[in-house]
Design a protein around this ligand. Structure first.
Ligand code: NAD
Ligand code: UDP
Length: 319
């Protein structure tokens, strides 16, 4: 059982999304009051349906770009579509969500002397020339490409966090999240793990972008949530940025083969063009998280994919 010191009123923006819904459930389990704010841009109420019964849970349908007025002790700012397909659908809105959303949560934190955590991303490293990526690496990001609305939006949000910290003393925490997967991913999300499971289970072709030799490192959702909570609960001098991710790296083609075998699917692999600015490699250096938060992932890729398989198989059976 987790140790509870204080019952806090916690705002989770983007709380109905994949990570947000797990985070809301964890915070309720830890005894906090949770306000989940979401505009359902890349999610649905289904992810938080089970939480609506909880007396300490409140759901607010609102855009994070409009002013926030609730009284809170802590804020996790997760509002932003994370899948390239979703964040590129309305790129101007993606920039607004990142920049105006960051300004709004920081302003709220400043008014209530609350702690505020930003869900930043490994995308701040762009197509990295340094491998694995430590927090000290400043990245290789295009300011004008199709991914820039997300990458530069997240980079600007980090800037706003650190300037609010230096200028106004706002209590900030910045997590750089690497690819995370697990139950509650939207089946049409467009990210690689959900695409491959849905395609394999339906017997459709598996779409490998490029030659499939690009790498990613996948973290199971429960590990990631533990990292976020530890960062929020850490001493105030720990502002981050801190990488949170699983250093187990693999090629996308290997992931496809694993999912094919796991689902016993006879889907074919087909090759489609690599999207513009798609990073060739990605793996977190988590030395800092280990030292500052005593955190490292516990769930192996094998076990995490098995849980995820069960979730997607359940969805396809229900459909
Ligand atoms: P998701 O798309 O499932 O969740 C994002 C949530 O934010 C959705 O519920 C969406 O409706 C909501 N949202 C989007 N724009 C909004 C707005 N303007 N106002 C209010 N709500 C809005 O994505 P996720 O994987 O849960 O990611 C959550 C956060 O973590 C994002 O900020 C993302 O950038 C970051 N992150 C995630 C990953 C990952 O692998 N999952 C990796 C790096 C960073
Ligand atoms: N990818 C793929 N097929 C798909 C979806 C994604 O080959 O159906 C590749 C994509 O080009 C990228 C990697 O898988 O190299 C991870 O993509 P995702 O969209 O999950 O996240 P990213 O890390 O690129 O933000």
């Amino acid at each position: 059982m987790p140790t509870i010191h204080t019952k806090n009123r916690v705002l989770v923006t983007g709380g109905a999304g994949f990570l947000g819904s797990h985070l809301c459930a964890r915070l309720l389990q830890d005894g906090h009051e949770v306000i989940c704010l979401d505009n359902f841009y890349s999610s649905s109420r289904n992810n938080v349906l089970a939480l609506l019964q909880h007396p300490n849970f409140e759901l607010i349908e609102q855009d994070v770009t409009s002013p926030l007025t609730m009284k809170v002790d802590e804020i996790y700012n997760l509002a932003c579509p994370a899948s390239p397909i979703h964040y590129q659908r309305d790129p101007v809105q993606t920039v607004k969500t990142n920049v105006l959303g960051a300004l709004n949560v920081l302003d709220l934190a400043r008014r209530h002397n609350a702690k505020v955590l930003q869900a930043s991303t490994s995308e701040v490293y762009g197509d990295p020339a340094m491998h694995p990526q430590p927090e000290s690496y400043n990245g290789n990001v295009s300011p004008i490409g199709v991914r820039s609305c997300y990458d530069e939006g997240k980079r600007c949000a980090e800037t706003l966090f650190f300037d609010h910290h230096r200028q106004y003393g706002v209590k900030i925490k910045v997590a750089r999240i690497f690819n995370t997967y697990g139950p509650h991913m939207h089946p049409d999300d467009g990210r690689v793990v959900s695409n491959f499971f849905m395609q394999a289970l339906a017997g459709h072709d598996i779409t490998l972008y490029g030659d499939g030799q690009q790498t990613r490192s996948f973290c199971y959702v429960s590990d990631l949530i533990e990292g976020l909570v530890r960062l929020m609960d850490s001493p105030l001098w720990i502002t981050g940025p801190v990488n949170l991710g699983n250093p187990e790296e693999l090629r996308i083609r290997e992931l496809a083969n694993d999912i094919l075998a796991r689902t016993q699917s006879d889907s074919r692999l087909i090759f489609e063009p690599l999207p513009q600015d798609d990073p060739k490699q990605r793996r977190p250096d988590i030395t800092l998280a280990k030292r500052l938060l005593q955190w490292e992932p516990r769930v192996s890729l094998h076990d995490g994919l098995e849980q995820t398989h069960r979730y997607f198989a359940g969805l396809t059976q229900d459909a």
